[in-house]
Write a protein that binds this ligand. Structure first.
Ligand code: PEP
Ligand code: MG
Length: 312
């Protein structure tokens, strides 16, 4: 079936023939975490920590951060949670970090870039995350946003290891990072594709502009080709490749992503049952065929149609 209801979704993600794919939730606050558990998410693939501080005018101290993170992590004791370090700047400016005027904030000093001049901010956050992991019992990994090179990825991984965090990864949201997929994946324990920003930067189309929504469509074959590149790097090296952008919440596209080598999907919690159910209704080979069909299409509409046909 093209779209399963999710009614028989069991909470262990994968295809009908047993190819395992983790079905995870995106969260920004404790209330989201509770919803995610109730919808059957296996864990969290993206905890947007900057949402805790959108109103803060000063950097919260380590104890304050630790308490805020532990509250979100607690419902996931014993389960995997990927905590993203502050993704400040562009559409999410933070009062205590983004102080300089920039002509193009989306292309400015945002995400991990802020930490290159302020490593203390990152180190204090990593320390708070490590402590919150102990407090909550969640299996915590950390992930950096807006990484452009494998070198930056390696720099982040070292800082995470320095505070005792065992698993560190990066988001793939910058086209340069996707094009260097192999080196990038080898510098970390895992990567997760942020399709919202990756689409914005691949198509040079502001993700906040409704007028450019067609270019920001995650079914654009050019975007899928970049995802294929990253998926292959993951498959070749045995390192996990996830998707945590809105694309993962589309039950049809989720199967294309799995066919491209993606091994975890993280989405808004309400989409978990439908995506988990849709995946459970397809074989791994059907996903591979769907991916091939979508990649060969000339535009998003034809990619959707070709995928539906491949899954019949
Ligand atoms: C993304 O860019 O796809 C992503 C998941 O991060 P955010 O939406 O928080 O920028
Ligand atoms: Mg992003």
């Amino acid at each position: 079936p093209e779209r399963a209801s999710g009614a028989d979704w069991t909470g262990t993600g994968g295809t009908s023939d047993g190819h395992r794919v983790k079905i995870l939730a995106n969260v920004g606050a404790a209330a989201d975490a509770t919803t995610a558990v109730s919808r059957g998410a296996e864990g969290v693939g993206l905890f947007r920590t900057e949402f805790c501080y959108l109103a803060a005018s000063d950097e919260p101290d380590v104890a304050t951060q630790r308490a805020a993170y532990a509250e979100v992590l607690r419902p996931f004791a014993g389960r995997p949670v990927v905590v993203r370090t502050l993704d400040a700047g562009a559409d999410k400016p933070l009062g205590f970090l983004n102080t300089a005027e920039e002509p193009n904030p989306a292309l400015g000093v945002r995400g991990l870039r802020i930490a290159f001049d302020n490593p203390g901010v990152l180190d204090r956050q990593l320390e708070a995350i490590a402590a919150a992991a102990d407090d909550s019992g969640a299996e915590v990994s950390v992930m950096a946003p807006m990484v452009a090179t494998a070198e930056e990825a390696g720099w982040f991984t070292e800082r995470a290891r320095a505070v005792g965090i065992g698993r560190a990864g990066v988001m793939v949201e910058v086209p340069a990072a996707a094009l260097a997929a192999r080196e990038l994946v080898e510098a970390v324990d895992f990567v997760s594709i942020g399709t919202n920003d990756l689409a914005q930067y691949v198509f040079a189309a502001d993700r906040q502009l409704g007028a450019l929504a067609e270019l920001n469509d995650p079914w654009q074959p050019a975007l899928l080709r970049l995802i294929e590149l990253i998926g292959r790097a993951g498959t070749d090296t045995g390192r996990p490749v996830g998707v945590c952008g809105e694309a993962a919440a589309d039950p049809l596209l989720a199967r294309v992503l799995v066919g491209l080598g993606v091994s975890s999907l993280s989405m808004v919690a309400t989409a978990v049952p439908a995506v988990g159910g849709a995946l459970a209704a397809s074989t791994h080979q059907q996903c591979a065929r769907a991916a091939e069909a979508a990649l060969a299409a000339p535009n998003p509409g034809r990619a959707r149609a070709a995928t539906r046909e491949a899954l019949e």
